[in-house]
Design a protein around this ligand. Structure first.
Ligand code: DNO
Length: 357
């Protein structure tokens, strides 16, 4: 595996490349062109410029998170081919710049969903949290406004203000899209992009739906092993793979995380590893990466990745806000750096145990 760190780009991230370079063991960043909107073609010059900027800091781009998918593609509306063509052009431009990993998601309307961005934990840190009760009492149209006050001025990934402004229309457009239709639309999209992925060896790594169940009645499909296997079977190409996100699949306590990793050997192209703490089945908050701070066994998760010979990028995921840091919720420097150090420590121990045995 390669230890990496998510970086949103100069002007969008409070964390600098120089800081990332000083986290022990981190050699690559996972980045994006944060000011592009879903559906637009990423200009080659801009990809080249960010690549050069990252390289000048002594790091390299290990992958893109995310090239977001236009709603027309997920809905399957008549104009989807235009946006798929644009997506293919973006993939080609990324491939030309020697970038071979793209993380994306297929969630309708909302990307990851949380009901609080700054829930206080007993140690005084603040974290992202989700409560089903809060969701049930919320109007999706006003949800964005109700949580964004705690965003520390940042635009949250996948919550582009332009889209959030038209939530009502979006819900209307998705009214005939059920799970089957969403699978069909994903298949259509994947079939169209696989040739360019093969040409440039670009691994597509779908991110799970977070939380891993339907929110506000919208269909969600990337939620468990059966559905992922169905997705992989329907377009059977190694470039059609997954981002294994422990925090997202782990929202559903029936998902056996190490077991899923083993079952997905060869098709996990990217891993997000973090911890969650359940207060009940439908109320959870994000925790430090350390196993004992939350509900997951991070040792077992890393061990499963080790055992499947995972050699792609891995990154610590959402961190707590600690030490008075003011940053995008989940994406400050300090707690994610602690997370990277911890995951590196687990990996070293697992590796030494395995090679000495
Ligand atoms: C949230 C992230 C997601 C993720 C996308 C991938 O923090 O995990 O926004 O990047 O779903 O497309």
């Amino acid at each position: 595996m390669e230890m990496t760190f998510r970086w949103f780009g100069t002007g969008f991230d409070t964390v600098t490349l120089k800081q990332i370079r000083q986290i022990p063991g981190v050699t690559g960043v996972i980045t994006t062109l944060y000011d592009t909107t879903p559906g637009e073609v990423w200009p080659k010059e801009r990809i080249h410029a960010i690549k050069k900027e990252v390289e000048a800091s002594g790091l390299h781009i290990s992958g893109i998170e995310s090239v977001n998918i236009h709603d027309a593609i997920k809905i399957g509306s008549p104009d989807r081919d235009i946006y798929i063509e644009n997506y293919i052009k973006t993939l080609r431009n990324l491939g030309e710049e020697d970038i071979h990993l793209v993380c994306y998601n297929f969630m309708p309307v909302f990307d990851w969903t949380r009901t609080e961005l700054a829930r206080k934990r007993p140690d005084g840190s603040t974290v992202l949290a989700y409560s089903q009760k809060a969701i049930d009492a919320l109007n999706p149209e006003t949800m964005f406004a109700s949580i964004s006050k705690d965003a520390n001025g940042a635009v949250l990934p996948g919550w582009e203000p332009e889209r959030m402004a038209i939530i009502k229309e979006l819900f209307e457009k998705y009214k005939d899209v059920d799970e089957e239709k969403l699978f069909e639309n994903l298949k259509y999209f994947l079939e169209k992009i696989m040739p360019v992925c093969n040409e440039y060896d670009i691994k597509m790594a779908i991110h799970p739906d977070d939380p891993a169940w339907s929110v506000f009645g919208l269909p969600r499909i990337i939620i468990n092993i059966e559905n992922i296997q169905r997705m992989m079977r329907m377009v059977d190409d190694v470039h059609n793979g997954v981002t294994f996100c422990a925090g997202s699949y782990g929202t559903n306590r029936e998902n056996d995380l190490p077991g899923m990793i083993r079952a997905l050997k060869g098709r996990i192209h990217f891993a997000h590893v973090r911890n969650l703490k359940f207060n009940s089945d439908d109320d959870f908050e994000e925790a430090a990466h350390l196993s004992s701070d939350g509900s997951f066994d991070l040792y077992e998760i890393m061990k499963a990745l080790y055992e499947i010979d995972f050699d792609g990028p891995i990154r610590p995921d959402h961190g707590r806000m600690i030490w008075e840091e003011v940053a995008m919720p989940g994406y400050g420097l300090y707690d994610r750096a602690l997370g990277a150090a911890y995951l590196n420590g687990l990996w070293e121990a697992i590796d030494k145990n395995a090679t000495r045995a």
